[in-house]
Design a protein around this ligand. Structure first.
Ligand code: ADP
Ligand code: MG
Length: 321
């Protein structure tokens, strides 16, 4: 059934059950009215997903609703911010009620998990494109940045690397996932879990952070360039999932872990002297942290194995243009 923009928003997107008390006026007027939080800075991030560029056309509306918010919450996680509000610019070819209902299911399931309220947006007709903007709070002067890494810091990543890229390559080539790993790989590609709690835990502990959207090598390069340092990574230490270990040979696994996009894990650096504090996190949560290397003064990213030999870096990262 085709509905007007107003009906779509009113029936599926206008919800005030986030439990937040800082939304003075949400969806329904010309602008939302929000209450700022004393002693905090507002972190704001936007990400756009375009059909056939950022997600396959057969992606379910619920998966897309999840993903559109997840990739944005991942940016807040990388800043150490606590998510608060989101806006949604939705461009859809047809105003189909079933499609928007499904999209809302995926979006709001993730939004409630992080107490995010959808406070406004815009709805237009055109090729499927979803833009979400998120806003979150971080205590004054405490945000994690890309620019704080120092020589001697350790480099860590959360979770496992390359799974989303592996899933995408299997979907493209074979079309069907091997049964034993299908659920895991589908979740890793279609339902990335933003590491919001980890980012907040790292606030005041990590020296720099970034979320992994374009692949470890490309994203860690952003940290070292912003910080004016270099990094040495031991390829043997890159955390790989059981699915990766069983479906990809060691060479391909390493390349996917270094260059595969869409993992939405966090990569961060932490001073040697603060690294013991990470034990507090590993006991609390199932998302493991793995030490993969160290920050050095010499600029550039290098792969150094346990014997000290330098290996060639695979060509890196997702290129947007
Ligand atoms: P205007 O024309 O004044 O921009 P709209 O008619 O576009 O207002 O939107 C009416 C209300 O619905 C506004 O509060 C707007 O934020 C909200 N809205 C429209 N589209 C969306 C959407 N996709 N998601 C969330 N809120 C939306
Ligand atoms: Mg409008």
């Amino acid at each position: 059934m085709a509905l007007t923009e107003f009906e779509l928003v009113d029936r599926f997107l206008r919800r005030h059950d986030s439990g937040r008390n800082d939304v003075i006026l949400g969806i329904g007027d010309d602008a939302a009215l929000l209450r700022p939080r004393a002693g905090h800075e507002l972190a704001v991030a936007t990400d756009t997903l375009v059909v056939d560029v950022h997600f396959p056309a057969h992606t379910s509306p619920a998966d897309l609703g999840h993903r559109a918010l997840a990739v944005n919450l991942s940016d807040l996680a990388a800043m150490g911010a606590e998510p608060a509000w989101a806006t949604l610019a939705l461009t859809i070819p047809e105003a189909q009620a079933d499609w928007v209902r499904g999209f809302a299911v995926g979006l709001f399931a993730l939004a409630s998990r992080h107490r995010v309220e959808l406070i406004g947006g815009d709805t237009t007709r055109g090729p499927l494109t979803v833009t979400v903007t998120v806003h979150g709070w971080v205590a004054e002067n405490k945000a994690l940045r890309r620019s704080g890494a120092h020589p001697g810091d350790r480099v860590y990543v959360s979770g496992t690397l390359g799974d989303a890229a592996l899933a995408l390559s299997i979907l493209k080539e074979a079309g069907e996932m091997p049964a034993a790993h299908a659920t895991f790989l589908r979740e890793r590609f279609f339902r990335p879990q933003p590491r919001v709690d980890l980012g907040r835990f790292l606030c005041g502990r990590a020296s720099s952070a970034i979320d992994l959207s374009d692949g470890l090598a490309a994203d860690l390069t952003h940290i070292i360039e912003a910080s004016g340092v270099g990094a040495e990574i031991d390829p043997e230490t890159l955390p790989l999932s059981p699915a990766m270990r069983s479906l990809a040979d060691p060479n391909r696994a390493r390349t996917l872990a270094l260059t595969g996009g869409d993992d939405y894990e966090l990569c961060f650096t932490i001073a040697e002297s603060a690294a013991h504090e990470l034990a507090g996190w590993e006991r609390e949560d199932e998302c493991p942290l793995t030490r993969i290397g160290r920050i050095v003064a010499k600029p550039g990213l290098r792969l150094i194995d346990a014997t000290g030999a330098e290996l060639k870096l695979p060509t890196t990262g997702y290129r947007h243009f």
